[in-house]
Design a protein around this ligand. Sequence first.
Ligand SMILES: [Zn+2]
Length: 239
Amino acid sequence: MLNAVLSVAELTGQQATHVSSHPQFAPALRLRAPVWSAFIAMQTAARADAVELALASAFRDFDRQLAIWNRKYYGHAPLYDEHGQLLLTEQLSSAERVAAIMTWSALPGASRHHWGTDCDVYDPRWFSKHQQPLQLVAAEYQSGGPCYDAALWLQQHAGDFGFHFPYAHYQGGVAAEPWHLSFTKLAEPCAAQLTTELLEQLITASELAAKDYVLAQLTELKQRYIDSACAPGDAGEVV
Ligand SMILES: [Zn+2]
């Protein structure tokens, strides 16, 4: 159902009953049914304008987000500042590590990718031709980058298909992500449903690295990294 409210387990990525894969896409990619329809309509329109759109990432569950978080916190995966500059994890305090993680990766339970409404979009042609992996970095979406045309097209047209850019600009929280699209009509109720209390319960019961720090700072972290998403209609600018 289009506007059905998600269960808490679905909202926080602990259950995947709200998402499904699509026969035209890799089975690992899962979204909610109306989001699939909107994405495919957008992909068809882009193709008519000689722009190819593909999904790099769609639904992601809690355990996957937790693994990303813990790997980054313990230095098993790199940390970057808001400009994409590599940081030296072992020189950072707990608070600094959490800030660096949350600049690029969501708190488990609070990822928009849990909702089945959000996806990371790219133009696959250059990457398949050169057999290079997509890195999801700003340079790929800027002038001269392989996803530049797609970024320009999406800024102009994504809104027509019901999508917006929650990370259009860096505002002191999450870094700018020109690849991240959110299906507005279904995502907005999820954002409203995600309360601090709900996250507190979830994190308390989890194996999250820096759990005590995150719980103590949860109100501030939620304001800075979760509630600060850019509003629909703000597409940012491609440079
Ligand atoms: Zn994303």
